[in-house]
Design a protein around this ligand. Sequence first.
Ligand code: FE2
Length: 450
Amino acid sequence: MPVEPNPYLLGNFAPVPTETTSTHLEVIGEIPEQLEGRLLRIGPNPLDQPAPDHHWFLGTGLAHGVRLRGGRAEWYRSRLVRSPDVSARLGEEPVPDPWPADHGVFSANTNIIGHAGRTWALVEAGSPPLELDDGLDTVAVSDFDGTLPRAYTAHPKRDPSTGDLHAVAYWWGWGNKVQYLVLDGEGRISRTVDVDVTGGPMIHDTSITENHIAVMDLPCVFDIEMATAGRQLPYRWDPDYPARIGWLDRTGPEGVVHWFEVDPCYIFHPLNSHETDDGRIVLDAVRHPKMFDTFLVGPDEGPPRLERWTFDLNSGRVSEETVDDRPQEFPRLREDLVGLPYRYGYSVASGAHLEPGALLKHDLSRGTTTEHTGAPGRHHMEAVFVPRDDTDHSPGAEDDGWLMAYTYEAESDSSSVVIVDARDMSAPPVAEIRLGTRVPYGFHGNWCPD
Ligand SMILES: [Fe+2]
């Protein structure tokens, strides 16, 4: 059903017309000298004029990067992610592609990560990762050196104790199963476990604990009628589908899943989860009331809020409480606490259609939230936390570091990267790097240190 006008084609949701390379970037303030690496980000950037019912989740990936070194911003680049169809559209030689012609490879647009000394653009739903070089040019369609069975995900979780990436992948062609995958430190799949689910759920993300990984079997599911009608994103809310969250024992060999029925909702993004000494798992995540029920061009089915679920693995009971009810998305934390007890989470306040606003810092011990609003009219995209000292794991050091975020200002119709002291959210950014162009609201990014 077309929506007029489609909000995901307006303002800073709209695509930019060109790739960019800038080596002269205006910097306000001082970039901390120890930040050496690339701040990467990615989102959809449709190449051709999209139809009015265009879905925000579709469209060629446009990867963005800002390189920092020695207190300087060396460059900003944006590059289209060249799947074979994109190369053909641009009149270029295609990059190497190890998959059979009928695999269904499309341009990855959802997340961009550094792992095993390499850079990958990631997407879900059956299309493989694409490998990029340090300057964000596409190198190849990836199958993780021949080890990826079929589908991957945009949201692997790095276990800080091993460096392995843990993921749950889905693909409509698998029917009632999804797959747990471990990617090792060499960038090769080292373990796969098939998990039975009720139907064909869209599983966008997962969360890990020391021993478990979450399987979000929630009621946004593959819809054969939409697929037959040619919808490119054939997933829809099904009120009759049981809402379940499963915890797969990822350390044991048997692939045992502890399933819990939960109140119907949809979760794109967990913040974090951890185990307690008395056999419970605590999960913090952004909860949407529904997904793709009445609004079919993007995620807009009521305000998303930060919620905490507590799963008792002994009694099989689950409880749910609201942590913060202001609309928000894109939760992150200090990455070396993934799967472990933690105190601070960061997210982005959301307006209509998930248009981003202020940065939020949640103190989960005190139950308080502070904001960084920045300059008037500034919209902050997903923030990444970078610790000042990544070897200092004392509790007092958890929030000692910086939040780094791409931003957008409508007045100048341009974007910046801001670096905010996470301990002083009310202060202006310690540095702002003006990019001289705009970065469309997209999805995810990461800090890739040298
Ligand atoms: Fe996501």
